[in-house]
Design a protein. Structure first.
Length: 108
């Protein structure tokens, strides 16, 4: 059984706590085991790598590092601010996420 999180891949999110507070970007990946998320162009770290089949050159590579899911919030498309989300079932039985501030559906 997969765990349900408040964010999904390709959501527009903002960091609300930590050293990257205030930065926003597209969610690239949710890491369920670590309860973390990779956000595009946020929380860059430098990794020293040896030459390999993936990285022919080797050297210092900058890449995104996971942030805790508790430190990020979804940005509502209508409000344009970070908001809490709720879940509800529509009349046809489909479940959707919605903005608790303005009521806008996020998944549609």
């Amino acid at each position: 059984m997969s765990k349900k999180f408040h964010v999904k891949k390709n959501d527009q999110v903002m960091v609300i706590a930590g050293k990257e507070k205030g930065k926003s970007g597209k969610l690239l990946r949710v890491i369920a085991k670590k309860k973390g998320a990779l956000i595009e162009k946020v929380n860059f770290v430098k990794r020293h790598t040896r030459p390999s089949s993936q990285h022919r050159q080797g050297g210092i590579i900058e890449k995104e590092s996971p942030l805790p899911l508790s430190n990020i919030m979804i940005i509502c498309t209508r409000c344009s601010v970070p908001v809490k989300i709720g879940r509800k079932a529509l009349d046809d039985g489909k479940k959707v996420r919605y903005c608790k501030k303005c009521g806008e559906h996020i998944d549609l």
